[in-house]
Design a protein around this ligand. Structure first.
Ligand code: 13P
Length: 401
């Protein structure tokens, strides 16, 4: 049995989470030098990029983008800020973006405007000749950082020892490092995203009587509840405690073992915010992301991925009202694109995802200028063995939807 005892470590990305909380009128981009006063880790960038105004950046990005033509594709996640997403050749949720990365072999370079695990996934699914770059290498994910490989390997060793080979199947949310996806691939498991978690977990229960769900306990719990697994058949795996804080008996009884991770953005959404929104607008629709806590999801009218939220609101009738529980950059974009509807973020404090927000337009320009000059900056690579095994888990996911 693997025996480890560690002191709880809060990922730096989690500590940095509220760094960009601001008022609505502070949201539009400023020069990078002005934004860098915020206390987070920023990747160093050549000094000439620090002082370009937003207008100058916009003009230069357009020019460099044009020079590169179809040799480059820019993929953008819905949480990217407006000044960046406007340059995306394709925007989507993490499922659609992973599929798109696999479907665009004509581009030699993919600039991934999102966070590290997304660029890593694009690299795993892209053709061998394609190079994937992440504009700011410090754009990580606090949830992914809550499941370091060493802790997951220990947990897997403990679980296999208690439950026997095949006694539990690993399923990881896309928001995890490639090594965890590879562990899933090697052990019959799969990756899921918030748009297909139900289908993947349902499939997983046809393969094994138990599922280890990493690293988001909330998505795992919400999904299992939807599939009819009762709460008393779920346990949480706390990586800082022996056996995850469970007895062997509790593990044997459980159907779902939930890694103790969470999203710093979505755990801000509460039932109190939903009550206030309903008190103010009795006819409001509450729509939230499944990374929100169980109580919040259960108090909402609808739950789904960023793409689901976007589609629902875009296709809703004029005059409809929406209180949204997801990242504010997407909510603001929906509000701008649907002026005939009332749309607002349930969280009264404007807190963009602090890692997504680090893709400042200056970093995008730096990537493009590098490619114009024949230099690939910030290329994301994955070791061959991890690439092979994680691709198995990703392809299992892609074949399920
Ligand atoms: P989607 O799968 O809905 O794109 O969500 C990704 C994410 O990281 C949410 O925090």
């Amino acid at each position: 049995m693997a025996v480890t005892s560690r002191r709880p470590i809060v990922p730096i990305t989690e500590l940095e989470h509220s760094a960009f909380c601001k008022t609505e009128d502070q949201l539009p981009s400023k020069s990078l030098a002005e934004e860098m006063v915020v206390n987070v880790r920023w990747q160093r960038i050549p000094p000439e990029y620090l002082h370009f105004s937003p207008e100058e950046l916009d003009r230069r990005i357009g020019e460099s983008r044009e020079k590169l033509g179809s040799s480059v594709t820019i993929l953008g996640h819905h949480y990217q800020r407006e000044e960046v997403i406007k340059y995306a050749d394709f925007q989507g949720d993490s499922f659609l973006l992973s599929r798109e990365a696999a479907n665009r072999p004509e581009a030699d370079h993919i600039i991934f405007c999102g966070v590290h695990f997304m660029a890593e996934t694009a690299c795993i699914l892209a053709a061998p000749h394609q190079k994937v770059v992440l504009p700011n290498i410090t754009a990580g994910c606090s949830m992914a950082d809550m499941a370091p490989m060493e802790d997951v390997d220990d947990a897997w060793a403990d679980l296999t020892e208690v439950l026997g080979p095949g006694g539990i199947l690993p399923v990881t949310y896309m928001n995890s490092i490639a090594g965890i996806k590879a562990l899933c691939g090697r052990n019959g498991g799969a990756v899921c995203t918030s748009s297909n978690a139900k289908a993947v977990v349902e499939w997983a229960f046809t393969q094994s009587e138990r599922v280890l769900f990493l690293p988001d306990q909330h998505l795992g719990r919400n999904t299992a509840l939807e599939l009819g697994v009762p709460l008393d058949e779920m346990v949480v795996w706390n990586p800082f405690r022996q056996m995850g804080g469970n007895t062997p008996e509790q593990l044997r009884k459980a159907k779902m073992v939930l890694w103790q991770g969470h999203c710093s953005v979505h755990t801000r959404f509460t039932t109190g915010q939903i009550d206030s929104a309903r008190a103010l607008h009795p006819d409001i629709n509450i729509i939230v992301h499944p990374e929100c806590p169980m109580e919040t999801v259960q108090a909402a009218d609808m739950v789904g991925s960023t793409e689901f939220i976007r589609e629902k609101i875009n296709s809703a009738p004029a005059g409809s009202k929406w209180g949204v529980g997801t990242e504010v950059s997407l909510v603001n974009r929906l509000a701008i694109n649907n002026p005939d509807k009332t749309i607002f973020c349930l969280d009264p404090v404007t807190c963009p995802c602090s890692t997504m927000y680090r893709i400042h337009p200056a970093y995008l320009l730096w990537m493009l200028d590098g490619l114009v000059a024949g230099t690939v900056i910030n290329q994301i690579t994955v070791p061959d063995d991890i690439m092979r095994d994680s691709r198995i888990a990703l392809e299992r996911m892609l074949s399920l939807k």
